[in-house]
Design a protein around this ligand. Structure first.
Ligand code: AMP
Ligand code: GLY
Length: 421
């Protein structure tokens, strides 16, 4: 088969590694891909947001199957356009991707269907939003409705921060149209859990749970980022909680999307908080998390591409999906300054072994790199996601940090406490 993967981050590197293993995959392309992905797929310089470019490439190269991994092309309807050309896809259509691209849609869906989530109010007028925060207790959470590259959420500790967040969305239009409408939410407390799930709209199969580390610095300090590291499984997520989530959150979400006429096919991301009143949904994403994918997919013990084909053809019930009884620890190496301003173009030194992957069970997934001859240069805020798999979390942690020590580039920074608490 001719297969195309859309995207170019660490998540796509992990997907590419496992998809490339399937013998059905003959010609494999990544649009745009990155330095690491080029080991598994031919990288084509077409952006993940260039839907016309993607569709033309698929037609010109007789693509049979496409994996659309990032949120932007999913929200822009890449799957709808490709399927209309006869290209089978893994990923939700635009109608279903709205579960991530509109937080207001997601909140209304949960309210209508009694799916537990934080209490909220929607605002379209700046003065009403400001008077609401002035009379609310802090902390309080301000969210832009639309996609905002993971930066549209502020957990405001005081009125000043809440006011600033409202002004940033609605007056300064920091997130453009995405911030025209905002949500103001009750602040939930408790450990956070990510559960990624394969679903074809009929069957839902949760993967091993994980824990992202969103804050930039050790001790969960500093600004929110796309994710600085992950452990899987998440030690707070017991079998009992998993059962409760299946009953009260996962199945009701699939049923709710079906009854809205928005069948969801692909990977559905549940961002959960385990509150003292039980698990509640913080957010849905319509795709694999990044860096969650880099930690969870190495634990998958069933062929990823076969699962993707089954999801597309709505026969997920025929596949027995298994996970290794092991743990992952993934440490993200970022450019100095991330998530704010940073410089790129620095050569990456993979150490004396030339490759930390020589340590068994370690993968060095490329998030933001480009290849120049035999060299790899930094090209993003998140540069590498170093994941180690071992029998238990503490050995996985040890191994991941051992691998990190081999790697260096100008301005390299990472958290030293992934999985430590
Ligand atoms: P999101 O961009 O939706 O993933 O949100 C980013 C982060 O903000 C989440 O991972 C949580 O840590 C935090 N957050 C979002 N909503 C809430 C909430 N209602 N209560 C407390 N924290 C929240
Ligand atoms: N790691 C969070 C996300 O992918 O949205």
């Amino acid at each position: 088969m001719n297969v195309m993967l859309i995207g170019g981050g660490g998540r796509e590197h992990a997907i590419a590694k496992y998809v490339a293993k399937n013998p059905k995959v003959e010609n494999f392309y990544a649009l745009p891909g990155n330095g690491g992905i080029s080991k598994f797929a031919e990288c084509v310089n077409i952006s993940a947001e260039d839907i016309d470019g993607i569709v033309n490439f698929a037609k010109n190269n007789s693509i049979d199957f496409a994996i659309v991994a990032p949120d932007d092309p999913l929200a822009l309807g890449a799957v709808d356009r490709l399927e209309a050309e006869g290209v089978k896809c893994f990923g939700p259509d635009k109608n279903a991707a709205i579960i991530e691209s509109s937080k207001i849609f997601a909140k209304d869906l949960m309210t209508k269907n009694n799916i537990p989530t934080a209490k909220y109010k929607i605002f379209t007028k700046i003065d009403e939003a400001l008077s609401y925060v002035a009379t609310s207790d802090c902390p309080i959470v301000i969210k832009a409705d639309g996609l905002a590259k993971g930066k549209g959420v502020t957990v405001a500790e005081n009125f000043g921060q809440a006011r600033e967040a409202v002004m940033s969305c609605m007056k300064d239009k920091t997130f453009g149209k995405s911030g025209e409408k905002i949500l103001i939410e009750e602040c939930l407390r408790g450990p956070e859990v990510t559960v990624l799930a394969f679903t074809d709209g009929k069957t839902i199969v949760p993967m091993i749970s994980s824990m992202d580390h969103k804050r930039a610095y050790d001790g969960n300090k500093g600004p929110n980022t796309g994710g600085m590291g992950v452990v899987a499984p998440n030690f707070y997520y017991t079998d009992e909680i998993a059962e409760e989530c299946m009953k009260k959150i996962f199945i009701p979400t699939i049923n709710a999307m079906n009854s809205e006429g928005r069948k969801f096919k692909g990977c559905l991301y549940f961002g959960l908080m385990l509150t003292k009143d039980g698990p509640k949904v913080i957010e849905y994403n319509c795709r694999f998390g990044d860096p969650e994918a880099e930690a969870v997919l190495p634990l998958l013990d069933t062929d990823l591409f076969e699962i993707m084909l089954a999801v597309r053809d709505e026969r997920l019930n025929e596949i027995d999906i298994k996970f290794k009884n092991m743990s992952s620890c993934c440490v993200v190496l970022v450019s100095n300054g991330y998530p704010g301003h940073y410089l790129t173009g620095y050569e990456i030194d993979f150490g004396l072994n030339k490759n930390s992957e020589k340590i068994s069970g370690v993968d060095v997934f490329h998030s933001g790199t480009i290849r120049e001859g035999n060299k790899f240069l930094t090209s993003g805020g998140r540069v590498l996601a170093v994941n180690a798999v071992a029998e238990d979390l503490s050995s996985a942690r040890e191994k991941a940090y051992e691998a990190v020590k081999e790697i260096n580039f100008e301005g390299m920074r990472y958290r030293t406490d992934i999985g430590a608490n």
